[in-house]
Design a protein around this ligand. Structure first.
Ligand SMILES: CC(C)(COP(=O)(O)OP(=O)(O)OC[C@H]1O[C@@H](n2cnc3c(N)ncnc32)[C@H](O)[C@@H]1OP(=O)(O)O)[C@@H](O)C(=O)NCCC(=O)NCCS
Length: 221
């Protein structure tokens, strides 16, 4: 049976995920369907890049839809805004069992990869053996995750980034567009590897690193 899904979010990551789910449906993948958005400002019926808003997100509206059999994808994400997004997730009463997981059919995901609730794996992503994709990880188009790597809860890997093997990403961490991370490295909680960077060292918590080889830029917000 197809699981009906509501995306918490809207234009941006939300609409990108909505379109990827619709594309998957056209290719014959019918495990989930996207019914609309719940977000912070668009009233029910407003179209957001081709997908309707079902209303404003509140803990009540989420509970009501969940009781009616819907599940959720939490797409809210902003570099520097992760703490607030995690706080909102908790305020909205969202729990792992209320979340859907989406793996686009063009993604290569080794059969022994662990994928936790709420994870989104977009088209043409590659995830190698024994990786662990944690709660609400968002892996964007064409990114690669090496074997035995663990992503952090609420972490984000941007398009075309390459995260090597045996890497540990912290909660709320980000790897930017087209960045590359050397194997066995650690990216701390709420830390960022900037777009195009080549990371060869461990990044502590709450730091932004950029460049090739990547160096400390500033403390993260
Ligand atoms: C790393 C990042 C967060 C820094 O943002 P910021 O704090 O606003 O930084 P600024 O733009 O003020 O730049 C500060 C300095 O760092 C440099 N810099 C910024 N990002 C850089 C990067 N990725 N690589 C190399 N240098 C970078 C800037 O050129 C600037 O250098 P200068 O002081 O010599 O002029 C941002 O540049 C970035 O890479 N974001 C990721 C984008 C992304 O992947 N989005 C994915 C979704 S679309």
């Amino acid at each position: 049976m197809t699981q009906k899904v509501i995306i918490i979010g809207g234009i941006g990551s939300g609409s990108v995920i909505a379109e990827a789910i619709k594309d998957a449906n056209q290719r014959g993948y019918n495990e989930i369907s996207v019914e609309g958005f719940l977000n912070d400002r668009a009233e029910a019926g407003t179209m957001l890049d081709g997908t309707p808003s079902l209303g404003i997100h509140t803990s009540e509206s989420i509970k009501e839809f969940y009781n009616r059999g819907y599940k959720f994808i939490y797409s809210l994400h902003r570099i520097g805004g992760e703490r607030r997004m995690i706080q909102l997730f908790e305020e909205l009463g969202l729990k792992p069992e209320m979340l859907a997981t989406f793996v686009h059919p063009t993604a290569y995901v080794a059969r022994n990869v662990q994928i936790d609730p709420g994870a989104v794996i977009m088209p043409y992503v590659m995830i190698s053996s024994a990786a662990h994709i944690s709660l609400n990880t968002l892996i964007m188009t064409g990114a690669t995750v090496g074997h035995n790597t663990t992503t952090g809860e609420f972490s984000h890997i941007a398009s075309q980034a390459v995260v090597g093997a045996y890497i540990k990403m912290g909660k709320g961490s980000n790897v930017g567009l087209n960045a590359t991370v050397l194997e066995y490295k650690t990216i701390g909680q709420f830390s960022v590897v900037g777009m195009g960077s080549v990371l060869t060292k461990n990044v502590p918590d709450n730091e932004i690193w950029v460049g090739n080889p990547a160096h400390f830029l500033r403390v993260a917000e």
